[in-house]
Design a protein around this ligand. Sequence first.
Ligand code: GDP
Length: 424
Amino acid sequence: MVKAVVGANWGDEGKGKITDMLSKEADIVVRFQGGANAGHTIVNEYGKFALHTLPSGSFCEGTTNIIGNGVALNIPVLFKEVKDIVDRGVPMPKLLVSDRAQIVMPYHILFDEYEEERLAGKSFGSTKSGIAPFYSDKFAKIGFQVAELFDETALKEKLQRVIVQKNVLLEHLYKKPLLNADELFDTLMEYKKMVEPYVCDTSAYLYQAIKDGKDILLEGQLGSLKDPDHGIYPMVTSSSTLAAYGAIGAGIPPYEIKQIITVVKAYSSAVGAGAFVSEIFGDEADELRKRGGDGGEYGATTGRPRRMGWFDCVATKYGCRIQGTTDVAFTVLDVLGYLDEIPVCVGYEIDGEVTTDFPTTAKLEKAKPVLKVLPGWKTDIRGIKKYEELPENCRKYIEFVEKEIGFPITMVSNGPGREDIIYR
Ligand code: GDP
């Protein structure tokens, strides 16, 4: 059976933890989109890890980890990550890389930096991992698939062709050093050496695995609101963050995805620019940021402080719907235990009218939060294993959110570790 674990919000919902937990039962974990621009934080018996490219199944012996065709594959980052975890005592993960995955080129990272520099105050707050230039090239049909590393003559010729265009931009728009095709070719040959043992037709592998009844987990990155079609465009990422895209980015039939576990965080956080209706500031935000996640709400990739906000029912209801949610995993609820009262955003006021429908970006910019204040529970809920043992106000918070978003909360996460989970 194929399951997907995806985010309902702006990312950082705790997908890494949920995937790590579920990957114990999975035969295969697949990354299907995005690149090294976001990170999952995983806490397990080996320690605390920030993964950017490796699938979260990398800590489970016996699990096969697949980099699907939809991923922006940064080859040196992938193998640095493999080395980092192996150096810390984790057994070498079983890894397969799609022959159709495309390669993040060194110049994608440069163009990402140069463009953010050029935009200055109007920048996207990119992590400068090359993701937007990478996907632009993929769809402009000048990207490089992993399979292309294995035809050196064709590769050289294509590099020369692509570089002509890049160098015009470098010279005239960015006024930066030009690219050299021979140097790039040598770099790609290094990449080839690293990736060669793992390359295969992962779509065919997965097709057979489905036939054999294997359990497959699709691991999403970021969340619904960062989707280029359905998110807060243009302050989005450059590949689809939706479970539906899992079929494309892994190369499997869409009807095989039977369960869509949407991870929802008990409060809001976001990185990068863009409208964030329930955002809070000052001491209130600092307090939540400091207590949030596991050791504070700071980006797993960039270390930058995340923007903080109260739980947003409007954005989450929409985020869950657009994912096709079958189950909600409600995370980091333990963090809210310090609050006397917990505000929740239940509507958006736009031009004097209140709505619970998530609007397009221009309207979203004008939205003001309509808050409802719920009582806090003022206790530490970590370690609790049964739903009935949660404090009453905590259960009321969960049930209120469930009713507002309209999707069943079947898992409640009350701590960063694998075992900190309450099934309902
Ligand atoms: P992801 O990208 O969606 O995997 O999210 P991140 O890993 O960036 O952020 C989630 C953070 O919250 C990480 O530091 C996790 O270890 C932590 N975390 C996940 N679930 C819980 C939870 O239930 N409680 C607490 N306190 N921390 C959690």
